[in-house]
Design a protein around this ligand. Structure first.
Ligand code: PMP
Length: 378
């Protein structure tokens, strides 16, 4: 008897659901009869693409995009050299990805599989369980810190240790974490790295690192020498405003980079993205502007939300997650009709929380006005 497609799809992914993308903004505008919509739902850079990237992109097109008929540089040589110089690390210890999501998936494909388990926190980034289950590994969710803790909803690293056993392949931690915005003290990360068995890979996801205050930011580079099992992931999507171009990278030991390169598709980062990411690294002014503005706007937005009696989770990222004190999906829907897209966190089992990206001063004003209008109608 022939098997059904349902039977053929492996057991690890049966409980997963396909990612439901938001509607394109222009379609939404038409549907809702709105002239403008502000999207504060995906933690993107509200100031757009870094100017150096725009310039590089224009230059690329101006040069007739002459080499687009060729495959990209499969080793990403030039970009890796620049990233390596920035982190004072050997270039062979940099692995590029089609966004840092790609690096997370590559990690799972190397170090997880049937019979192995992946450990991550409750309220952690949704991609960790997906990449683990995609390779038929078990997923172990560690209960997060309680609502009354210093870092409510944050990672409980002590509890992580209780979930790690001889079948653990990868542990995912994020600082700052999405969707909570919570972070880990550098000393806590270091103590954790000391306590994790050396054969267990620890992914330290630093997608939002640039948004942390200098005093809170770990220097994870130093740990890479001491912990060959550490994978630090970074992205060009946020601080450089390059989410649409898809470039991220991992910093690792030579050994881990070698394992990943054995299965990495050679052309996982495209030619335009490689070219633009190199340019991004020269744009320190944009990084400084984005981080400083984010810090000011984040504090102001948190203050405004708290003034409305809404409790915010502590955030060192470019978004704020707050407790609405009622179901957040209807609030999100009502705000959509006001022309502001935010992110309800029902799928993260935080049904009363909304996540809002910290926008420009004007974006935040519009967001607060929409929120007020919606709350007033209740
Ligand atoms: N890690 C975290 C914690 C994230 O929030 C995101 C993006 N939402 C990523 C990784 C992946 O980002 P990208 O693939 O765009 O680099």
């Amino acid at each position: 008897m022939a098997k059904s497609l349902n039977e053929q799809a492996h057991s690890g992914i049966h409980g997963l659901h396909a990612y439901v993308p938001g509607k394109p903004i222009d379609d939404l505008k038409r549907e809702l009869g709105l002239t403008s919509i502000i999207k504060l739902a995906s933690n993107e850079n509200p100031f757009g693409v870094a100017p150096a990237v725009k310039q590089a992109f224009a230059q690329f097109v101006g040069n007739g995009a002459h080499d687009l008929h060729r495959y990209p540089d499969g080793g990403g040589y030039a970009l890796k050299q620049k990233i390596a110089a920035r982190h004072d690390i050997e270039a062979e210890r940099v692995t590029l990805g089609n966004g840092s999501n790609d690096v997370l998936e590559l990690t799972a494909r190397v170090f997880l599989g049937p019979g192995k388990n992946a450990v991550f926190s409750q309220y952690a980034f949704a991609v960790y369980p997906i990449v683990a289950r995609a390779v038929n590994a078990e997923t172990r969710m560690v209960p997060a810190l309680g609502a009354g803790a210093d870092m409510p909803y944050g990672h409980d690293l002590d509890a992580f240790l209780d979930h790690i056993d001889e079948d653990t392949g990868v542990v995912f931690i994020a600082s700052p974490n999405n969707p909570t915005g919570t972070w880990l003290a550098p000393q806590a990360i270091e103590a954790f790295l000391d306590a994790v068995p050396p054969g267990v890979v620890v992914v330290l996801d630093e997608a939002y690192l640039e948004y942390q205050a200098d005093s809170e930011r770990p220097d994870s580079r130093q740990w890479l020498e001491r912990y060959p099992n550490l994978i630090v992931t970074r992205t060009f999507s946020k601080i450089y405003g390059m989410a649409g171009l898809r470039v991220g990278y991992a910093l690792t030991s030579t050994e881990v980079a070698d394992w990943i390169n054995r299965i990495r598709q050679p052309f996982n980062v495209n030619t335009v993205a490689l070219y633009c990411a190199e340019a991004a690294l020269t744009d320190e002014d944009f990084v400084t502007y984005s981080t400083q503005t984010n810090a000011v706007q984040r504090a102001s937005l948190a203050g405004e939300l708290e003034a409305r009696g809404l409790i915010c989770l502590p955030s060192q990222a470019n978004f704020i997650t707050f407790d609405c004190g009622r179901a957040s999906t209807p609030l999100y829907q009502a705000m959509l009709h006001e022309g502001v897209i935010v992110r309800p966190l029902e799928s993260y089992e935080m049904p009363e929380h909304l996540r809002v990206t910290v926008g420009s001063e004007e974006d935040n004003r519009v967001f607060l006005a929409a929120l007020d209008a919606v709350l007033e109608r209740e």
